[in-house]
Design a protein. Sequence first.
Length: 403
Amino acid sequence: MSNLQAQVTSTDRAFHVEGYEKIEYDLIYVDGVFAVDNTELADSYRPYGRALMVIDETVLSLYGDAIRTYFDHHGLDLTVVPVQIRETAKSLETFETIVGEFDAFGLVRTEPVLVVGGGLTTDVAGYACASYRRNTPYIRIPTTLIGLIDASVSIKVAVNYGKHKNRLGAYHASQKVLLDFSFLATLPEDQVRNGMAELIKISVVGNSEIFDMLDEHGPDLLRTRFGHLDGSAELRAVGDRLTYAAIATMLDLEAPNLHEIDLDRVIAFGHTWSPTLELTPPAPFFHGHAINIDMALSTTLAEQRGHLTVADRDRVLGVMSRLGLALDSEFLTAELLAEATGSILKTRDGLLRAAIPDPIGSCRFLNDVTTDELADALQMHKKLVEEFDRAGDGVDMFTGAHD
């Protein structure tokens, strides 16, 4: 949440307003957020005696009984708004549906909405909160890996507009984020893989120790849902250390720049060409696969530029490949890269600001990459990834694969 303090100075010909926004929110670890003896969530809604919950339909089917038991136990009336937000439904239409539920419920100005689900759910519902009465508070309970270590760490909320990724959005901090990693036990493997791409992002340009853990334990963490599904105590401890370090690194990188005033953003690794790539196929890429293709090409480009050794380039691509993440796609063409470059230059104020590793664990920004250099790097990259598993294809790359 945030508040603003401002002052006005005046002359006979002008007024000058200067304000500073204070942003504060907590990310709190909770073991069993819907266990009846855990009051962290209930305490937030006790003053209102009720709660409006926007929740992913799949999460509701898995945890609905426990959630209703929790709120009944604490004497709180619960109104449930189930949503099913695929990438294609991350839209203004879904946003309007959620806002309509706010109206029907009769939200009080200071009453926080409870948002439960993955990054798509928290993005759209969070944007609805940012827009409703211009500033409705909310509490996030992320239930996917990408939500736990990435989407709910920042204060960005958004919807897509046409084929434009996150074109409409806001900076709107939640009151708090409740981090319960036990949700990973029921998360499908494709969604865990999706989130692990964000761990690749954070580690390759921000924290080499995380990358070392992914290199050593990545496939086992994927298979056991970070130790929460038939994993050993030792592996669970590795998963806990890794995810804690990832959140801490994200916050170190994001907190000084929550409103993205500085457009040289380390965590934009993998987000230079992927915003255009992600929505290009008939069924969009999973976000993790789209950014991983971008990161893989950026890694090849880093080696071409002399910022990464061949051994480290192949180490990065190898970790990605062993996790089943895509290194390349038929949709990644020189023409798409040119289009995506033109689009991201508008977002980044005329500079490319392409993040690359220099070396693993550190970041450099490139502003002078020409379309010809990109085309040459892409040609080399496509030949290079043919030597990796599945010739660079990812496992379960597209969001519509199981619909």
